[in-house]
Ligand binder design. Structure first.
Ligand code: SF4
Ligand code: SF4
Length: 489
C-alpha cells in the first residue's frame, strides 16, 4: 500500500458559484487506477463526491476525466502522487460529472435500408469500418476540439460516425452533405481528438480527410481551397512569393563553418521558401555553426499537405513522387524539415526511402554550441503538426532553454491549419484571439514557435513579437560573438 495525495475538482451547482480544488490523502495498492482513488475518497472520506463509472475496464467510456489537464479513462489511468483530477472540458453537472447528452444525441444513427436494397457489409467493408467503430462515446475528443469552442461544428466523433455510416452498405443516409452542414471544413487538423481518444481512433485522417475527399468528388470543396489546388498545379507551390524566395538567396550546397557532423537534405516547404524566408535563412546560419552540411535541391515542390488536408487528392501522388525522386537522386539519406506541416506529411503521408528529421530533432541529436543567454522571457507555442503530428514536444523546449527562460502556456491550436485559415478565416481569427489571450497571461516578452503557418498566423494575433526557434538561437550566437569581441577589445 502507498499513500497518495490528490486534488479533485468539486462543484455543487446548488451551493457553489465556482468550482474549487479539494485535496485528499488516500491509501492505495501499487498500480491503483484513478478510479480506485475516486472510490476510496467516496467510500472512506466524502460520500458526496459525484463521478461516473460503469464497466471499470475501458469499454464503456463513462469514467472519462482529466488528469493533470489531459483526458483519460479513470479506470485505465494509473494513479500517481500529486495528480489533479478535473472533469472533461464540457458543461459540468456536479463534481466530475459532465453533461454528455447534447453531444451524444448529435451522433448520427443508421438510416436502415429495407427490402432488396438491404445488403450486409462484406469482410473488406467490415475491415474498413473497424477503425471507426471502436468509439465508446466517452467524448474525450469532443472535450479537446478547438473548432467546437468557436464554431457550431458538431465535432470529431460526429464526423467519425458519418464516415463510419458511409462505409456501411446498410445505411441510406446522404452523409457527405450532412457532414458539411455539421462543420466538416471547421476541423483544423490539430490531431487533439486523436491524441485524447482512449481507443486511438485517427479521426482526422480516417474520417475527416476521407469525408473531405468525398466532398471533393461531388464538387463541394470550398472555393478558396480550390484556388490553392489550382496554384499548386500551376506553380508547384501553395502560396505566392512576397520577396525573393529562400532558395534564390542560398546556394544548393551549404558547408558548415567547422567539422561536418552530418549531411542533410533540406525540404524547405512553400511557406519558408516564399513567405517566411528570414526564418529559414536564420536556420541556415544556426546549422552552419553546428556542423550540419545542408543540401537544398532546387526541384523540390509542395509536399501536398494543403491538398491532403482538404481532400483534393488528384495530383498528390505526382507531388510525392517528384519530391522523393529529387532527394533520392542526390543520394540523400536524411531529409530535414523545418515546417511542422511538411514534416508531419513526409512522415505520415509519404513512404520515403530516406529518414525524415525535424530541425529540432536534428539539432538535439547532434548537439549545439551553447549560445549566450538573452535577458528576456519567452513563451512557446507548440505547433499541432509538431507536438501531436510528430510527437516533438521536448526538443524545441531544450533548445529554447539554452537561450531564454521559458514560461509555459496551454498547448492549443492557433487556428492556422487544416485549410481553416484560407477556407474559414473567421474561425482562424477566433482561435488566434484565444491564443492572444493565453500569450498575454504568460507575461512573456516574445512568442517562439517552430512552424511557418503558426508564425504567420500568431503574428497577427499577438501583441508580442513572434520568432522562430532558429532566429532566437541565432540571436544567442550573435550576442555571444558580441560579448567575446568586447572581451578581446
Ligand atoms: S483534428 Fe482538431 S479540430 Fe479537427 S476534429 Fe480533431 S480536435 Fe477538432
Ligand atoms: S472517438 Fe475516441 S475520444 Fe471520441 S468519443 Fe469515441 S472513444 Fe471517446
Amino acid at each position: 500500500m502507498k499513500e497518495l495525495h490528490v486534488n479533485v475538482q468539486r462543484f455543487d451547482p446548488k451551493t457553489d458559484r465556482e468550482p474549487r480544488l479539494q485535496s485528499y490523502t488516500v491509501s492505495a495498492n501499487d498500480g491503483a487506477r484513478v478510479l480506485h482513488i475516486l472510490h476510496a475518497i467516496h467510500d472512506q472520506i466524502d460520500p458526496t463526491l459525484a463521478y461516473r463509472y460503469c464497466c471499470s475496464s475501458g469499454q464503456c467510456g463513462s469514467c472519462a476525466v482529466r488528469v493533470n489537464g489531459e483526458p483519460v479513462l479513470a479506470c485505465m489511468e494509473e494513479a500517481v502522487d500529486g495528480i489533479t483530477i478535473t472533469p472533461l472540458n464540457l458543461p459540468v453537472k456536479q463534481d466530475l460529472i459532465v453533461d454528455l447528452l447534447p453531444k451524444i444525441e448529435a451522433i448520427a444513427s443508421l438510416k436502415p435500408a429495407c427490402g432488396p436494397e438491404l445488403r450486409l457489409p462484406t469482410k473488406a467493408e467490415i475491415d474498413e469500418i473497424k477503425p471507426l467503430r471502436d468509439c465508446i462515446e466517452c467524448l474525450a475528443c469532443v472535450s479537446v476540439c478547438p473548432a467546437m469552442d468557436v464554431t457550431s461544428f458538431l465535432g470529431p466523433t460526429a464526423m467519425r460516425q458519418d464516415m463510419r455510416l458511409i462505409l456501411d452498405p446498410r445505411d441510406t443516409g446522404d452523409r457527405v452533405p450532412d457532414a458539411i452542414r455539421d462543420g466538416l471544413f471547421n476541423c483544423t487538423s490539430c490531431q487533439a481528438c486523436f491524441k485524447a481518444c482512449p481507443k486511438k481512433i485517427r479521426i482526422p485522417g480516417k474520417a475527416i480527410e476521407k469525408l473531405r475527399a468525398l466532398a471533393n468528388q461531388r464538387g463541394f470543396t470550398l472555393p478558396r481551397h480550390r484556388e490553392v489546388a489550382a496554384l499548386i498545379k500551376e506553380t508547384g507551390r501553395s502560396v505566392t512569393r512576397t520577396a525573393p524566395t529562400f532558395m534564390e538567396q542560398v546556394g544548393e550546397r551549404i558547408e558548415p563553418v567547422g567539422p561536418v557532423k552530418a549531411t542533410v537534405g533540406f525540404f524547405v516547404g512553400c511557406m519558408y521558401n516564399m513567405r517566411q524566408q528570414q526564418s529559414a535563412l536564420d536556420a541556415i546560419e544556426v546549422l552552419k555553426r553546428n556542423g550540419i552540411r545542408v543540401i537544398i535541391p532546387r526541384d523540390q515542390i509542395c509536399c501536398g499537405s494543403p491538398l491532403i488536408r482538404t481532400g483534393q487528392l488528384a495530383i498528390v501522388d505526382s507531388l510525392k513522387q517528384r519530391n522523393i525522386d529529387t532527394f533520392q537522386s542526390r543520394g540523400i539519406d536524411t531529409v530535414m524539415t523545418m515546417c511542422a506541416g511538411c514534416g508531419s506529411t513526409l512522415k505520415h503521408d509519404y513512404v520515403t526511402p530516406f529518414e525524415v528529421l525535424d530541425i529540432n530533432q536534428l539539432l538535439t541529436k547532434y548537439g549545439i554550441e551553447p549560445p549566450a543567454r538573452l535577458p528576456i522571457k519567452a513563451t512557446y507555442h507548440d505547433p499541432c503538426h509538431l507536438m501531436r503530428g510528430q510527437d516533438i514536444k521536448e526538443e524545441p523546449r531544450q533548445l529554447i532553454r539554452r537561450v531564454i527562460d521559458l514560461v509555459e502556456m496551454p498547448s492549443i491550436c492557433c487556428g492556422s491549419g487544416g485549410g481553416v485559415k484560407s477556407g474559414v478565416p473567421e474561425e482562424a481569427a477566433a482561435l488566434g484571439e484565444k491564443r492572444r489571450e493565453e500569450i498575454r497571461k504568460t507575461g512573456a516578452d516574445i512568442v517562439i514557435t517552430s512552424c511557418p503557418f503558426c508564425e504567420f498566423h500568431i503574428a497577427s494575433h499577438s501583441d508580442k513579437p513572434v520568432k522562430n526557434i532558429m532566429t532566437v538561437l541565432l540571436e544567442g550566437y550573435r550576442e555571444k560573438d558580441r560579448q567575446s569581441q568586447k572581451k578581446n577589445e
